[in-house]
Each structure stands twice: as C-alpha cells, then as structure tokens.
Ligand binder design. Structure first.
Ligand code: HEC
Length: 238
C-alpha cells in the first residue's frame, strides 16, 4: 500500500514533465534597466510576436515602465495601424490553425513563461538551436528536444551544428555559418530579450519593491508608537 502511494505521488511528475537534463546557463535580469527592456521589446516584436502573444501585457504599460514615449511605441513596436496604445499584446493567429502548422503544437502565449520555467531556461533555449535535417524545420534544440519551433533567430546568430558525446547528448556547438552578430553580441541580445520577458511576467516587480520599503518603514515607526502607548496604558497596573 505504501509503495503504491509512493508511486502515485510521483506519477504526475513523470507524465507531465519531460525534462531534458541539458545544463542551463544563468542570466542576470534587471527590470530597472530601461535601455535593456527597450532592446528586448524590439527583438520580441520583430522575431517572436508573429507567433507568441503576450496576452496580459498592454503596450502603454510597457511604454511607461520602459520610459518610452507612447508615440515612439506606436511608431516602432506596433506594426498594425488598427492597434491602439492601450491594447493588450495579443496576436490574430488562431491556435487551431497554429496547431496545424506546427505539427500538433501551437506556439504558447509567453506572458508567464519565465515564471513557469525560469530565466535560465528561456535564455539557454534561445541560444541552443542547431541544424538537424531530420526535423521538419531543419532545426532541433537540446533544452526542448524535437521542439516544433523553427530557428527564428538564425540570421542574427548564424547556423550552428551540435557536438554530441558517445551517449548522444549535446555537449557543445560549432558555428558553421556566422550571423549578423558575434556570439558575444548574440548572448547580450538574448539577455535583453529574457529581461523583457521576465519584466512582462511580473510588471509590478519594481512597484512591489518600492512600496515594500515604505511598508516596512511604516511598520517600524508604528511599532515605536504602539510600544510607547502600551507603556502609558499599563503604567498604573504594574
Ligand atoms: C514561426 C512561429 C514561431 C516564432 C516566430 C517563435 N516561436 Fe517560439 N515556439 C513556436 C512553437 C510552435 C513552439 C512550441 C514548441 C514545442 O513545444 O515543440 C514554441 C515554443 C516556445 C517556447 C517554449 C519552449 C518550451 O516548450 O518549453 C519559448 C520559450 C519560445 N517559443 C520563445 C520564443 C521566442 C523568445 C521567440 C522570438 C525570438 C519565438 N519563440 C519565436 C513557434 C514560434
């Protein structure tokens, strides 16, 4: 009986998660770094928004948080004149059609992806697409093996081939065709992109931290006042 319970406990984990054990590269994010958020958003709009919506994010909220005038967001990030500055960052692609195009997997909404996975996961995933002729889009990825996502950043990164160990695991990469960016520049660009996505996953993070300081200060002051009050009330009792 105990054994059965134990197995049942582990079962959901076994079925849902198909984790690859590819080591993830850590990346530092900083939502107060506005130039990085702006560069990340630019990359997102140009290379990701065609397939992945950010359904909980509004353009004007981003404009405010990233310190960009709304006119500039309208000009450089919104490509459809029908879309207004207060709109959510949704896309017109229907998920049924998308499921069809990408062999059974629709591109997920990425509003919360850095929280449901991690910053390191997304950062590593974006930098590890490699050529693989056996896949429908000619590309594969060690973080999400047999991922249905095409290698949309190959013009920037160039094309790389994977180096395998004897067990068939990816252990490294070899750049076979350089892209518009050097590997160092590409890493910085992906860090900006992940910074933007981490910001979208928690846009109120900076507010939370700013307000939190005042709340703690208030509690500290209130403690002094209440302590003095308590002393005053109890002085005749003791
Ligand atoms: C042409 C459509 C397309 C574009 C453009 C695209 N993706 Fe994807 N993406 C997909 C599909 C399809 C999946 C589902 C892959 C799967 O699960 O096999 C996916 C999955 C993902 C995932 C989840 C991986 C996982 O399964 O855990 C992340 C993260 C992601 N994409 C990030 C991006 C980013 C960032 C960009 C822009 C640089 C981008 N995608 C551009 C189609 C696209």
């Amino acid at each position: 009986m105990k054994k059965l319970l134990f197995i049942l406990l582990w079962l959901p984990g076994l079925v849902l998660a198909a984790p690859s054990n590819y080591p993830l590269d850590r990346v530092a994010v900083d939502p107060s770094d506005q130039p990085s958020l702006q560069r990340g958003a630019q990359l997102y709009m140009n290379y990701c928004m065609g397939c992945h919506s950010l359904q909980f994010q509004r353009y004007n909220r981003f404009a405010r948080d990233a310190g960009v005038p709304e006119e500039l967001v309208m000009e450089h990030l919104i490509f459809d004149p029908e879309i207004e500055i207060g709109a959510l960052m949704t896309i017109p692609m229907s998920s049924a059609a998308a499921t069809d195009w990408f062999g059974g997997v629709a591109p997920p909404d990425l509003s919360l992806i850095t929280r449901s996975t991690s910053n390191a996961y997304v950062y590593t995933y974006l930098r590890t697409f490699y050529s693989d002729d056996s896949r429908p889009f000619g590309t594969n990825n060690p973080v999400v093996e047999n991922s249905s996502m095409p290698n949309v950043l190959w013009q920037l990164q160039g094309l790389q081939e994977a180096v395998f160990n004897d067990a068939g695991d990816v252990v490294g990469f070899e750049l076979v065709e350089p892209g518009l960016m050097t590997p160092e520049e590409f890493d910085v660009a992906m860090a900006d992109l992940v910074n933007f996505m981490a910001y979208v996953a928690e846009p109120y993070k900076l507010d939370r931290e700013r307000i939190g300081k005042w709340v703690l200060l208030y509690l500290a002051l209130a403690f002094v006042v209440f302590y003095l009050l308590k002393k005053e009330y109890w002085k005749d009792v003791h």
